[in-house]
Design a protein around this ligand. Structure first.
Ligand code: SAM
Length: 275
């Protein structure tokens, strides 16, 4: 018996979207990040960095930007998630020229033990607060110690940092972008332990959504704790670069060394630690 043909439902924008692509467009600014790393390394060490390790590299977007910058640049990306690394190979490394691609090495490993291919690096990077995955002083000190041991003699460690009273609030921030809205969800904060659960959601003009595209189980650290642990792990000095403000309550993307910090509602910083 002939039935009526199945009605083909049009897929929603959420169903057609790719969470890694959305993440890169909403969260990352790899050119600005690499501008900062390249400039500050040259300023502090009076030479140019060439070997960079991107810890928690995910899709290795930053590593790709690094090798695009100069012919002598090499990058090593380290991440535990093989599926995310594979996405990076298919979508980011594939866009590099062959001469650039051969200068990227991806390691499917724990950052606590990057192995021989991750040693002797000029600059190690831990960005987008990924190192907050280590939730005790012992774990974070062990990670910082592993980074320090894997740096070249004059190597530098670059981290980013987020704080301010707003970071403690259970709140959602929505940022409309081209074709979708990025939603940063500070979902849980345990005042006793500092445990912090955040999600990234995406919503689309057709009303569809991707809930919990990414979830992070972190500890919300303070900046003095991070600097103390860097020092305990053997780093000789840490410099804090605070972001300037745009006069409208937001950041201006310019990071400058600071000795004192104003208690803004929310603020971003880079930390550079010297071996
Ligand atoms: C927030 S993403 C960071 C992506 C990218 N680095 C950025 O700046 O946006 C965190 C990544 O860290 C990885 N990760 C978490 N713990 C790890 C560990 N101990 N060793 C290596 N990678 C880890 C996850 O697989 C995930 O891809």
């Amino acid at each position: 018996m002939a039935g009526s043909p199945p009605i083909k439902r049009k897929r929603t924008q959420a169903e057609r979207a790719d969470i890694h692509d959305l993440y890169q467009r909403a969260v990352q600014e790899v050119d600005a990040e690499i501008d900062f790393v390249d400039r500050e390394f040259s300023r502090i060490r009076k030479r140019r960095a060439s070997l960079l390790r991107e810890d928690f590299c995910g899709t290795a977007n930053t590593s790709c930007e690094w090798v695009r910058r100069r012919r002598g640049n090499r990058a090593v990306g380290v991440d535990l998630c093989s599926a995310t690394l594979a996405w990076g190979v298919a979508n980011n490394l594939s866009r590099l020229r062959p001469s650039e691609r051969e200068r990227v090495t991806l390691l499917n490993r724990n950052v606590l033990d990057p192995g021989p291919a991750g040693r002797g690096v000029d600059a190690a990077l831990a960005m987008n607060f990924s190192y907050w995955v280590f939730r005790t002083r012992e774990q974070l000190r062990a990670y910082f110690g592993a980074v320090r041991r894997s740096l070249a003699k004059d190597g530098l460690f670059f981290l980013d940092f987020y704080s301010g009273p707003d970071s403690l609030r259970i709140t959602r921030e929505r940022r409309p972008l081209r074709g979708f809205t990025y939603i940063w969800d500070q979902a849980q904060y345990d005042a006793l332990t500092g445990d912090y659960v955040c999600h990234i959601h995406f919503s689309f003009p057709d009303g569809s959504r991707i809930r919990n595209a990414f979830t992070y189980h972190w500890r919300l650290w303070t900046l003095p704790e991070i600097r103390e642990l860097l020092s305990e792990a053997g780093f000789t000095r840490s410099i804090v670069y605070l972001e300037g403000d745009d006069g409208k309550g937001g950041g201006n993307g310019v990071f400058a060394p600071a000795e004192v910090g104003e208690n803004c509602p929310a603020w971003l910083a880079y930390i550079v630690a010297e071996k």
